[in-house]
Design a protein around this ligand. Structure first.
Ligand code: BDR
Ligand code: CA
Length: 311
């Protein structure tokens, strides 16, 4: 089986951490590099968290430090959900290694050139590193096979009434990506909030007993409590569901659509505007909006991937 070369960009973060643990077990993928960005917490923390989680799953992927600030707007974080440390207060041993010398945008571009026409970019944080790569390297979009993001929503938002966190944290960067001429598969809240585990299911995952599963249960507790306080049914696994989509879309429902990002609106700043549910269709309908997931299949796959840590 020929593996899919993947670049993973993240702002680790509790669900990014689970996405890294999932990524590690997906034999279909060859992870070429991982880049970090400021988002859920500050860059130094997202970078150290990424390295620590990669130690936890013995993943030797090279890690590149990315942007510490959004392209234009003031920085925001989501520490209220992920904890001040970004890992829900769960302290992993200090990382055994540091980052590579190259900056994220240079390394990502070099990977895109080395795997021209093949590289799949999976980005699950604010899109600052991607925006900077697009700014610096004009041929970058044409080198990518596809882009999968966790971000946005056709309907609603979790950071403002109109906007999802990853897009709201850097709308100008996100706008550049949706305008770049490469297809973006948008794993937004429409789908990712259906990819949840109830408290009992998360307990059952932890009970499988591996270090990785026990870490997953522990680090998600704070975010779970936050989501339950909003009367949601469980903890949404936003970033892991986007990673799973990148490998196999068979358990997901996806529609082609026109999607662009609002960067001027006072109330709608950071909204991913799509014609998906509109009578007014717009050309080009060049992106994909992932709207649904078979939760039972998602859960089964998640447990199966974590079971591999028993070996
Ligand atoms: C997204 O925002 C972050 O808090 C999560 O890690 C996820 O990528 C959900 O809106
Ligand atoms: Ca994230």
């Amino acid at each position: 089986m020929k593996k899919i070369p993947v670049w993973f960009d993240c702002d680790t973060g509790v669900d990014d951490a689970i996405a890294l643990l999932v990524l590690r077990q997906l034999d279909e993928l060859e992870v070429i590099g991982v880049s970090t960005v400021a988002g859920n917490v500050e860059l130094e923390k997202t970078t150290e968290n990424t390295l620590r989680v990669l130690d936890l799953c013995k993943a030797p992927y090279p890690v590149y430090r990315g942007a510490s600030r959004p392209m234009v707007r003031d920085q925001i974080t989501a520490a209220a959900v992920h904890g001040e440390d970004g890992l829900g207060g769960i302290v992993l041993p200090p990382a055994s290694r540091g980052v590579e010398a190259a900056a994220a945008w240079d390394a990502l571009y070099q990977a895109a050139r080395a795997y021209a026409g093949e590289l799949v970019l999976v980005a699950v944080g604010p899109l600052t590193n991607v925006g900077l790569t697009l700014t610096k390297y004009k041929d970058f979009p044409g080198l990518l096979k596809r882009v999968v993001i966790m971000g946005g929503a056709a309907v609603g938002g979790n950071t403002s009434p109109a906007a999802e966190f990853n897009i709201f944290a850097d709308p100008e960067a996100a706008a550049m990506l949706f305008d770049a001429g490469v297809q973006v598969a948008m794993c937004g809240l429409d789908m990712t909030m259906k990819a949840y585990l109830t408290a009992e299911e998360l307990d059952a995952l932890g009970d499988t007993g591996t270090r990785q599963a026990r870490f997953a249960r522990a680090c998600l507790q704070r975010a779970l409590a936050y989501e339950l306080s909003l009367k949601l049914p469980g903890i949404s696994l936003h970033d892991p569901s986007a990673v799973m989509y990148a490998v196999d879309d068979s358990m997901f429902k996806t529609h082609p659509a026109w999607v662009r990002v609002e960067t001027k609106g006072k109330i709608t700043y950071g909204k991913t505007v799509t014609d998906l549910y509109s009578d007014k269709k717009k050309e080009p309908r060049d992106h994909l909006v992932v709207v649904d997931v078979d939760r039972e299949a998602f859960k089964a796959r998640l447990f199966e991937l974590f079971d591999r840590y028993r070996a």
